[in-house]
Design a binder for this molecule. Sequence first.
Ligand SMILES: Cc1cc2nc3c(=O)[nH]c(=O)nc-3n(C[C@H](O)[C@H](O)[C@H](O)COP(=O)(O)O)c2cc1C
Length: 200
Amino acid sequence: MSDWTSDPIREIVEDRERARARGDALVDVCYVVTAAAADRAEARAVTLRDVSDRGIGLLISRTSPKWRQLTATGTVMLLIHWPIVRRQYRIWGGTAPMEAECLDAYWRRKSHGSMLLEHYYTAFHPQSAPIASRDEFLTGIETLRQRYPDRALVPAPPSLAGLYVVPREIEIWHGSEERLHDRRVFRRTGSGWESTTLVP
Ligand SMILES: Cc1cc2nc3c(=O)[nH]c(=O)nc-3n(C[C@H](O)[C@H](O)[C@H](O)COP(=O)(O)O)c2cc1C
């Protein structure tokens, strides 16, 4: 039997702390699933910045296909899997913008290379665009390195969006050793969450 709380966000926060303490390599990773067309879903790994009552915090380039897809539909699905603590979460929701100070705090944690890459999307080519060669890409990055030689002084480009996925529905899977897993889906109500047990 698993212990459940009545607040699925709190559950994810606490599970993440346990996963981090036990060295789960996926503790800062989630998978963002969007509908690119009626007959095409797209999923990709994205760095998980924050889990709190505001939602699930992510940084996404406005130049990217995923940004276009999630703003076109206004909805997004996230998948999180932390194998060390045997947890999976499937999260459906809308999005809300992240406060500027919060975005800046996450920006400051990025590596120099990651900051230059973010600028590349507006200075040269948008994220996921095809280019002639890897050399062309690296030449562009070198140009940006000369423009922004000091990591501490690189500004966040306006194309970088901070957003929260605001969950409407969260399905939590508690893995069990004998494979009789415990699953529950939580749906947001006006004041809190209602939950239903699912066949695993
Ligand atoms: C572990 C991991 C973390 C990643 N984190 C990010 C991220 O925070 N932001 C991002 O735009 N892409 C990140 N990526 C790359 C994306 O998976 C994806 O290739 C890229 O965002 C382009 O997606 P799109 O063309 O669907 O927009 C990450 C990839 C991996 C494997």
